[in-house]
Design a protein around this ligand. Structure first.
Ligand SMILES: *Cc1c(COP(=O)(O)O)cnc(C)c1O
Ligand code: SF4
Length: 393
C-alpha cells in the first residue's frame, strides 16, 4: 500500500497568509529547500508591485528564492534591498556599454584539468564543490556554473580535486565554495572534509564560504556544527549585503557555529541601490561585529552578464571606504576588493592616506599624511632612510 504523504509538506507558499504563518524553524532545511520559489509568477500572491520580467531571463540565470528571504522582502517596495538582490529585473536583458562574460574572473583558465579546483594563488586553492545555492543572487559572479546543468560539479571531479590537493604539499589553505557547500547533506560534506583532512595533512587552513547560513539559517544545526568541528574547519565566511539580513534567527545560528570554535568572516558585494551608502555599510559592519563576525572583503560587482546595473563606480567605492575608516571601529572595516578581469586576481581598492612625494627643491622626499577627517600633516622623517652602516667584524 502506498504511504499517505502529507501534500502540504512541500507546498510552495503562494499566498501572503501562508507565508506569514510559515515558521522556518518548524521543519528541516531540506523541506524549506523544496519550497523555494523558482518562477517570478509564484510570487504574485505574496508581493505587490512585482516586475513581470520576460521569460528570456531564465535562459541566462535561474530564479530560486527561499521562503526565509521572501519573508524579509518588503511587501510593496520594489526597491527593497532584499528584493533587488533576488528578484529578476528587465535590466538583466539590456546590454551594458562594456564587455561582460560568464567567466569574468577567468577562473576556467586557472582550473586544474579534471577537477573543480581553481589554483591561482600561491599556497591556497579555491575548491568549487557545489554548483547550486539555496537562493540565487542576480549578480552572481559564477553564473557560468551556479544552477546551470552544464556546470554541474560531478562526483568524480570532486574526487579528482581531493587527489590534486592531497598530491600537492604546497597547498596549505583550502577554501570550499561553489555554489554553496552547505547545500550538500551533512554526510556528503563529512566525506569531503574527512578525505581532505585524512589525505592532505599539509593543509593548515580549511575554510568554507556560504551564503546559505544567511539565506536559510536553519541549515545550521548542532549536528552540522559538530561535524565541522570534528574536521577542524577553521573559518566560515558568510555573505551579507544589507543589515536587514541580520535577523534574530541568523544571530542564533551564527552562535552555534562560533561555539564550535570556528571564526567567522563577512563578505559583501558592493551593489548599487542595495548598500552603496555610508550609512548602510556602517550599520551592516557594526551589526556584523556585534555578532562576532569580522567584515573581511567588500567586492565590487563583477562584470558578469545581467549584473551591470549593480556596478558601483570605483571612485564611489573609495568614498565608501573613506566613510568607514576612522569613523567606525577598526575591526568593522573590511578590505575593498576588485577581482581583476581575466584572472588578474583580487586587487585592493584603497584610498591613499600616506603618500611619498619629491620635495620641490630636489632635496629628497617628504611624506604627506591625511587623516579620516581630511587633516593633513607632513612627515619628512618618514621619507628618509635612517639605517646605520652595518658593522663588520
Ligand atoms: C578569493 C580567492 C581565494 C582566497 O583568497 P584570500 O585572499 O586568501 O581570501 C583563493 N583562490 C581564488 C581563486 C580566489 O578567488
Ligand atoms: S550565494 Fe554566491 S555563489 Fe550563490 S548565487 Fe549568490 S553570489 Fe552566486
Amino acid at each position: 500500500m502506498l504511504q499517505q504523504v502529507d501534500s502540504n509538506l512541500h507546498k510552495k507558499l503562494l499566498t501572503r497568509e501562508e507565508l506569514d504563518a510559515y515558521d522556518p524553524e518548524s521543519e528541516s532545511w531540506q523541506k524549506q529547500f523544496a519550497r523555494r520559489y523558482t518562477h517570478h509568477s509564484e510570487l504574485t500572491g505574496v508581493l505587490n508591485n512585482l516586475e513581470n520580467v520576460n521569460e528570456t531571463v531564465y535562459n541566462k540565470f535561474a530564479i530560486a528564492i527561499s521562503p526565509t528571504m521572501v519573508k524579509l522582502m518588503d511587501r510593496d517596495d520594489p526597491n527593497c534591498p532584499i528584493r533587488l538582490q533576488y528578484l529578476p529585473s528587465h535590466h538583466e536583458e539590456s546590454k551594458p556599454g562594456f564587455a561582460t562574460s560568464l567567466d569574468q574572473l577567468g577562473e576556467e583558465g586557472d582550473t586544474i584539468a579534471g577537477t573543480s579546483v581553481v589554483h591561482r594563488y600561491p599556497r591556497r586553492v579555491l575548491f568549487l564543490v557545489s554548483n547550486t545555492c539555496s537562493t540565487l543572487c542576480r549578480f552572481c559572479t559564477r553564473k557560468r556554473m551556479v544552477s546551470q546543468p552544464a556546470g554541474t560539479v560531478a562526483k568524480d571531479q570532486i574526487e579528482a580535486s581531493i587527489d590534486y590537493i592531497a598530491g600537492n604539499q604546497d597547498i596549505e589553505d583550502v577554501l570550499l565554495s561553489g555554489g554553496d557547500p552547505l547545500t550538500f547533506t551533512d554526510e556528503r560534506l563529512d566525506h569531503i572534509l574527512g578525505e581532505l583532512r585524512r589525505r592532505a595533512p599539509h593543509v593548515r587552513f580549511l575554510r568554507i564560504g556560504s551564503r546559505m547560513v544567511v539565506q536559510m539559517p536553519t541549515r545550521v544545526t548542532p549536528e552540522l556544527c559538530a561535524m565541522l568541528e570534528k574536521h577542524r574547519v577553521q573559518m566560515i565566511n558568510i555573505h551579507i549585503d544589507h543589515p536587514k539580513e541580520i535577523t534574530p534567527l541568523l544571530r542564533e545560528r551564527v552562535k552555534l557555529i562560533q561555539k564550535a570554535g570556528i571564526m567567522m568572516g563577512l563578505q559583501t558585494v558592493c551593489l548599487k541601490g542595495v548598500n552603496d551608502s555610508v550609512e548602510v555599510m556602517r550599520e551592516l559592519f557594526m551589526q556584523s561585529i556585534e555578532m562576532g563576525v569580522r567584515p573581511y572583503y567588500v567586492y565590487s560587482t563583477d562584470m558578469v552578464e545581467g549584473a551591470h546595473h549593480f556596478i558601483v563606480p570605483h571612485r564611489r567605492m573609495l568614498e565608501l571606504y573613506e566613510g568607514l575608516r576612522g569613523w567606525i571601529s577598526g575591526p568593522a572595516v573590511p578590505t575593498f576588493i576588485v577581482d581583476g578581469m581575466g584572472g588578474l586576481g583580487k586587487l585592493p581598492i584603497i584610498p591613499s592616506y600616506v603618500r611619498e612625494e619629491a620635495r620641490p627643491d630636489g632635496s629628497g622626499t617628504t611624506v604627506k599624511c591625511r587623516n579620516y577627517k581630511g587633516m593633513t600633516v607632513e612627515m619628512p622623517g618618514l621619507g628618509q632612510d635612517f639605517s646605520l652602516p652595518t658593522q663588520s667584524n
